[in-house]
Design a protein. Structure first.
Length: 470
């Protein structure tokens, strides 16, 4: 046999193998007779069939008019509701000794709760990059990750996974380093000095990387918005900016004093600030579940915790008790009545921002906060967004379509042909009651199907890992 013939045969074998890998070997999933909530804002699409091939949505059509491939795994979606995979847009996954790296805890809790994407707002960059790569390659079960790495904070940072900034030169240098080392965006913390903040903001624009996070203690919310900060977390700086004594509040140490915020609240200043946020498209991630937990910790941290079995030792024995002590000592010292009024004011503020056209995202600050669990707490956040005045569709979009728009990701956030197959199948309609996002029948993660039994198995794995942890 000649070398030419041998090469021809090898080429044919290679071509057939590649073709098989690309087409024939890709899994095919068909969810039939399902009600589709595509998160575009359109009404529910009834009796639909959604076909997934590999990692992508191949076809969407009326069940009676859509052929199901013979090789497909068929899931009967009758009387069920299909929504896009959820994004938690404020998480911390690997955060020094406070949240040690554990791939058997956090990533699995997200997936088991229908969270297929996260924006990590500060953590240990190198292990996070490894998780990001392994998840993208299908080697680790976990949500798609967009990561910041170390947070830019003051000369003496208050948190782990932080980069100390003492001046403008530090701000520029650290932005450059993080951008070159694979961070997706820059996270700003509260103690960064003014010159460091504005230098970091300017450098982020120059190198083309998003910066987001807290409004620092020495920066006004108006200044942060005008500097191009893409999102503001926890409503930081907002109530100072709405106060008739903003200068006084800016000069005082941050901490308790919620009653002062409320007694000096100026509706006209609030209206102007909200208008600026809308004009500049300064996104808001209010993390209402965490805010409620912080301001009303005596209530939210009391009684039995049914999710405690999922918390590893580092959370329950070190990080959460530390947070509780610090909050009770340094933050939640105002009268309970003042703190209750302030949280209600936060809800009202989010509703007013949403009504005015300020874009809103759903985020939880998991798992740094006490009893803020990966995945589980996002459903609480959606409920609080509805309580704040968003419609169930708007709350759902805050965790789906809005997340995709904010991140500039065209392949996620809605259920449409060609998009990545990140899907959640629910037993009941979340547009009738947002609490129904909890009623998860199955999850599709980048095309991989997890039945209810599979999800329960993931939760069992987490519980066992938490029990073994030290």
């Amino acid at each position: 046999m000649s070398k030419t013939i041998v090469r021809s045969i090898l080429f044919i074998v290679f071509f057939v193998a590649i073709t098989s890998a690309v087409t024939g070997q890709e899994s095919i999933l068909a969810i039939t007779h399902v009600n589709v909530i595509d998160a575009t804002g359109a009404p529910v699409l009834g009796d639909m069939t959604v076909i997934v091939q590999g990692k992508r949505i191949l076809q969407i059509g009326k069940s009676g008019q859509t052929a199901v491939p013979k090789a497909a795994r068929v899931v009967d979606g009758r009387d069920k509701y299909l929504i896009p995979g959820l994004w938690d847009m404020h998480v911390h996954e690997i955060f020094g000794e406070w949240l040690p790296e554990d791939e058997k805890i956090t990533p699995l809790l997200f997936v088991a709760n229908g969270v297929t994407g996260v924006r990590d707002m500060g953590g240990d960059l190198e292990p996070l990059k490894k998780w990001r790569a392994r998840i993208a390659a299908g080697q680790l079960i976990g949500p798609r990750m967009v990561i910041a790495g170390p947070m830019l904070d003051g000369p003496v940072p208050q948190f782990p996974s932080s980069a100390p900034v003492k001046d403008a030169a530090d701000g520029r240098r650290i932005v450059d380093e993080l951008q070159k080392n694979g961070a997706d965006f820059i996270k700003i913390q509260s103690l960064i000095p003014r010159d460091g903040y504005f230098a970091a903001a300017d450098e982020a624009k120059k190198v083309g990387i998003v910066f987001a996070g807290h409004v620092p203690d020495k920066v006004r919310a108006t200044e942060a918005s005008n500097a191009g900060q893409k999102s503001i977390e926890h409503l930081t700086g907002v109530f100072e900016g709405c106060s008739s004594v903003e200068d006084e509040l800016m000069a005082a140490p941050r901490g308790p004093g919620r009653g002062r915020f409320l007694s000096t609240y100026d509706p006209e200043r609030a209206k102007a600030l909200i208008a600026l946020f809308r004009k500049n498209q300064t996104w808001q991630v209010p993390t209402l579940y965490w805010e409620r937990g912080e301001w009303l910790i005596e209530q939210t941290n009391s009684g039995t915790d049914p999710l405690a079995k999922y918390a590893p030792a580092a959370w329950r024995d070190r990080t959460w008790p530390m947070f509780t002590r610090d909050i009770l000592k340094g933050w939640s010292t105002d009268p309970v009545a003042d703190r209750e009024k302030f949280f209600k004011a936060e809800l009202k503020m989010v509703g007013e921002m949403n009504k005015a056209g300020v874009p809103i995202l759903a985020g939880t600050d998991t798992a740094a906060g006490v009893r803020v669990y990966p995945g589980f707490s996002l459903h609480e956040e959606l409920e609080l967004l509805v309580q704040a005045g968003l419609t169930p569709m708007q709350a759902l979009q805050a965790s789906t379509a809005n997340a995709a728009k904010y991140l500039g990701l065209a392949d996620t956030g809605t259920i449409e042909k060609g998009k990545q197959a990140d899907l959640v199948l629910l037993d009941s309609n979340p547009l009738q009651d947002i609490k129904n996002t909890r009623k998860i029948q199955s999850v599709v993660l980048a095309g991989r199907y997890f039945s209810r039994a599979d999800l329960d198995h993931l939760l069992q794995e987490v519980e066992e890992a938490a029990t073994r942890s030290k």
